[in-house]
Write a protein that binds this ligand. Structure first.
Ligand SMILES: [Zn+2]
Length: 379
């Protein structure tokens, strides 16, 4: 039996912080002397604080006296809280507030709690536009799945587009309703925002992930998880405009996609012919591991700060059927303790007949190479 889940308590406080932060712009603004702060705390926060009070009560320790004392607690790593929290060992270094802002852990916890409402809205809207373009532009040699993969890759590999490139897309996906512009334009508008640029433009962008960089002081950061930002000048030929990925698309689709695409390319280098987003995104990257195509391995790539929260949000689809299933963790997260914690947290959360192996990016490639050697196949 699992004990009462402290991730629920942390999820409530996290959701409360996200909501409160939204109301006050910056959590640093929450100071006792500020009358504006009174009544700014959300119902989630109230519920979290109440649960916290009971949590302290249970172990006979004095609970934080007010919201500001709870906020102070939120700045402490979980391993230093006066009550022993039941969280994975690698989560003990995390806190809910980090450097005056809602932490990555807190954002993930709020996401697990609410089922990631904002992310789902962004994804659903784009998915609808994408499907419309893909389904209406099928022809011999191009299935709807091909069109889906082509456009989804575009979002990941081209966070910036010139109007000339968008015009080329209209040629490639010409289908349109009787009285309007090509469906692909609705997709472009849903994913990108248009900015003026007559006669070309020079942008500073990350050379690795191509995200445009703000003109910040010091070292600019692209914000793509695990990306070592490499500023480069990017020249675009334009007639009048260029297009930049919307912030939300960047956060919910581009960042995850960079990791998925990297695994896809690494597997290709091993001589495989992997599928991207099989069955319209049921799996991230999947592939036949033998030449005859009899043994199919599926992978889902996940880049989460917290193994405890990842385990609570994770599921595996029934279709397509896979002979082996892998939950793949990017190199920059895959410390042995993280992998062990994730495995432990997953126990009992997936159906018994869907065995999922937790592996690092590197380990997946090693397993594929090993399988190839066993088959007497050259790399
Ligand atoms: Zn980058």
């Amino acid at each position: 039996m699992r004990q009462a889940d402290d991730y629920v308590l942390l999820g409530l406080l996290a959701a409360g912080l996200v909501e409160t932060g939204r109301r006050l712009q910056r959590l640093a603004d929450v100071v006792p002397s500020e009358p504006r702060a009174r009544g700014a705390f959300s119902p989630q926060w109230r519920e979290g604080v109440t649960q916290l009070w009971w949590r302290f009560q249970d172990v006979g320790r004095p609970a934080p006296r007010n919201d500001y004392a709870v906020l102070d607690l939120c700045r402490l790593p979980f391993g230093e809280w006066p009550v022993e929290l039941g969280v994975a060992a690698s989560d003990r270094e995390s806190a809910l507030i980090d450097g005056g802002a809602v932490s990555e852990f807190a954002l993930e916890a709020a996401r697990v709690r609410h089922g990631d409402v904002e992310g789902q809205l962004v994804e659903q809207r784009l998915f609808q536009e994408l499907m419309l373009v893909a389904r209406s532009n099928t022809r011999p040699g191009r299935t709807a799945q091909d069109g889906y993969v082509r456009l989804r890759r575009l979002l990941i590999e081209h966070p910036v587009l010139s109007d000339l490139e968008v015009a080329a897309l209209e040629q490639e996906f010409p289908e349109r309703p009787a009285d309007g512009e090509p469906y692909v334009m609705a997709f472009v508008r849903a994913a990108y925002e248009r900015r003026p640029a007559e006669d070309g433009i020079d942008l500073v962008a990350c050379g690795e992930c191509r995200i445009p960089l703000p003109y910040a002081y010091g070292q600019p950061v692209c914000g793509t998880p695990g990306c070592a930002t490499q500023p480069e000048t990017l020249h675009l030929e334009t007639l009048g405009f260029y297009w930049v990925l919307h912030r939300a698309v960047r956060r919910f689709i581009h960042g995850a996609g960079v990791f998925e695409l990297r695994v896809f390319k690494e597997l290709k280098r091993l001589g495989l012919d992997p599928d991207l987003w099989a069955a319209m995104d049921a799996l991230d990257v999947s592939f036949a591991v033998d030449r005859e195509g009899r043994r199919y391995w599926g992978t889902n790539e996940k880049d989460w700060e917290s193994p405890g929260l990842l385990a609570r949000s994770f599921s595996w689809p029934r279709a397509p059927a896979c002979d082996r299933r892998f939950l793949v963790i990017p190199t920059h997260r895959a410390r042995p303790t993280y992998l062990r914690d994730l495995e432990a947290e997953l126990v009992g959360r997936l159906p018994a007949d869907l065995k999922v192996e937790v592996v690092s990016e590197k380990r997946l490639l090693t397993l594929v190479a090993k399988e190839h050697r066993a088959q007497g196949r050259r790399r």
